[in-house]
Design a protein around this ligand. Structure first.
Ligand code: SF4
Length: 540
């Protein structure tokens, strides 16, 4: 059954004795003081049988251990050792001197329960609330920025034959496996054969040339994919995405998607999740109007900032349909150095376009498939005779030099995209100073991704996307908590108050270490180093 922390804590707990030594303003100190409130035992009830069995390690301590593990980038083994011997961990976990928290298996089981109950996202929500309470997240109207970064998968990547060999049931330890496991292994082997092997004309088999779409690259983690950060930089694994408040850097949502997924894929859902988290963080806050919320207490993501990858026509349509503002750069138009669509101004009323030589053409219409539907798309075509005699034709048309053997049968053609209005608006918008000002704020998301990488989120620790997403969520939670602590410390430094430890009105916590040290001295004199420094205690 679930063990719970005593509200009074332990008399000789390190969080009482050594809190000031470790520092209240550190991550460890914050976990000691605020951890039990922010992550209470009651939130993890569903993990346990409540009326039977031995008492467990309190989950509020285990969740702190998970966070510490990410903060200090330790393995499970090392985390268990640190809980026994590292004073900072003992303070954060509220342990006594000769106490450890749990065995490695207990930590792993708890993390498994976090995964199965999808509590990882709940941890992130709490951290956003902490940022709001600390004053780091100030505004109810948020301009959100989002971006992705590669996560290198945990599974070994194999190519061609080696991949097929490693999927052989005899090599992956299927002996003694149940029917379900064997069926899964067979399905995987089938997929691998399909993606990598083809039948030759003579009936034999050979490895396929090229890379199959959505190719499985690892038998150990079949959810890993070949991905690209850029044309040259390639990776194997997953893609992590975060949505942050562009003003404060608070991470509002974190998720993992396939390594080969387009950045824009699922971005609207990510923004919607981020807004729900934001609303939860402001739920209990007093609804007083402030300059930040301009007298309107509604909590909302008012604008989303993304890079070029988020500016696809599809994504713009999704955001427009959801009545959300998406600010993303539109890639510059290229036409081999010749005139682009932007050089042919469009008349909004008639849709007619005028070419650089001043010839105006009315649009015609043709059918194209867009988002699974047949739609009519306008296009403009200039008469071949006009273009043939045009002095600007070399700057306008492809292959129209004198030596060109094939004469052109038509003049210049300009096709419009089914979402031309949205794209044209985005292209026009990105030359305005307002766009530049807003877009500058997007760099916050780059800084927060860098922080995630600092916390070890670049490398997946576990197999499978769900576990990798949990890892990504925990890293985001730690990043938010350290942001809130840093913000509080900065505020404290800018408004210094006299240290209360020597004041008769000091809060009891400040003297608690000395009180417990005195009690220990009375029980067993000479066991505390404080007596050497504090004549008052020595006299007592
Ligand atoms: S080549 Fe044709 S479309 Fe291009 S500028 Fe000349 S007349 Fe206009």
């Amino acid at each position: 059954m679930m063990g719970e922390l005593s509200a009074q804590g332990k008399l000789f707990g390190a969080d009482h004795l050594h809190l000031d030594h470790v520092g209240r303003d550190t991550f460890y100190g914050w976990l000691a003081v605020e951890g039990p409130r922010v992550f209470p035992d009651g939130d993890f009830r569903e993990f346990y049988v409540l009326d039977n069995g031995r008492k467990s390690v309190p989950p509020s301590q285990l969740v702190r251990m998970v966070l510490l593990q990410w903060y200090d980038k330790t393995s499970d083994e090392e985390s268990v050792v640190r809980s026994k011997f590292d004073l900072r961990w003992k303070v954060a976990l509220g342990l006594e001197d000769h106490e450890g928290l749990c065995a490695k298996f207990t930590l792993q089981t708890f993390r498994g329960k976090l995964l199965l109950s999808q509590q990882g996202r709940e941890l992130l929500k709490r951290s956003v609330q902490v940022c709001r309470e600390a004053g780091a997240l100030r505004s109810r109207k948020v301009r959100a920025a989002l971006d992705t970064s590669p996560i290198i998968g945990r599974g070994a990547v194999r190519l061609g034959e080696t991949l097929l060999e490693s999927a052989d049931p005899s090599t992956i330890g299927m002996r003694g496996a149940g029917e379900k496991e064997v069926r899964e292994a067979m399905r995987l082997l089938e997929q691998l054969v399909e993606q990598d092997v083809e039948v030759r004309e003579d009936g034999g088999a050979q490895l396929k040339q090229g890379v199959a779409k959505d190719r499985i690259v690892s038998v150990h983690d079949p959810e890993m994919r070949h991905g690209r950060k850029s044309r040259r930089v390639r990776f194997d694994g997953h893609k992590g995405e975060i949505v942050v408040d562009a003003e404060s850097g608070t991470i509002l949502d974190a998720s993992a998607k396939a390594g080969n997924a387009h950045d824009a894929h699922g971005s609207l859902e990510a923004v919607e999740r981020a807004e729900a988290t934001l609303k939860a963080a402001w739920k209990d806050a007093p609804e007083k109007p402030s300059p930040e919320n301009e007298g309107d207490p509604e909590v909302k993501i008012v604008e989303t900032l993304g890079d070029c990858a988020y500016g696809s026509a599809d994504n713009r349509r999704d955001f427009a349909d959801a009545e959300r503002t998406l600010t993303a750069k539109q890639p510059a138009l290229h036409n081999g150095g010749r005139y682009t669509k932007e050089d042919f101004p469009r008349d909004d009323e008639t849709g007619a376009r005028t070419c650089p030589a001043g010839h105006r053409v009315l649009p015609r219409s043709r059918t194209r498939t867009w988002r699974g539907e047949k739609v009519n798309v306008p296009y403009c075509q200039w008469p071949a005779a006009v273009c043939a005699t045009c002095p600007l034709r070399t700057q306008c048309l492809k292959a129209c030099n004198e030596e060109d053997a094939k004469p052109r049968v038509s003049g210049r053609t300009l096709s419009e995209h089914p979402e031309e209005t949205l794209l044209a608006k985005a292209r026009a918008q990105q030359h305005t100073p307002e766009f530049r000002d807003a877009y500058r704020q997007r760099q916050t998301v780059e800084h927060r991704l860098a922080r995630m990488m600092q916390l070890g989120a670049r490398q997946a620790r576990y197999f499978g996307r769900a576990k990798t997403e949990l890892q990504w969520l925990i890293a985001a939670t730690v990043a938010n908590l350290s942001l809130a602590i840093g913000h509080k410390n900065k505020e404290k430094a800018s408004n210094p108050t006299p240290a209360p430890s020597n004041s008769p009105y000091a809060p009891p916590n400040y003297s608690w270490g000395r009180i417990t040290a005195a009690i220990r001295f009375l029980i067993a004199p000479g066991t505390t180093s404080l007596t050497k420094r504090d004549p008052a205690i020595r006299t007592a």
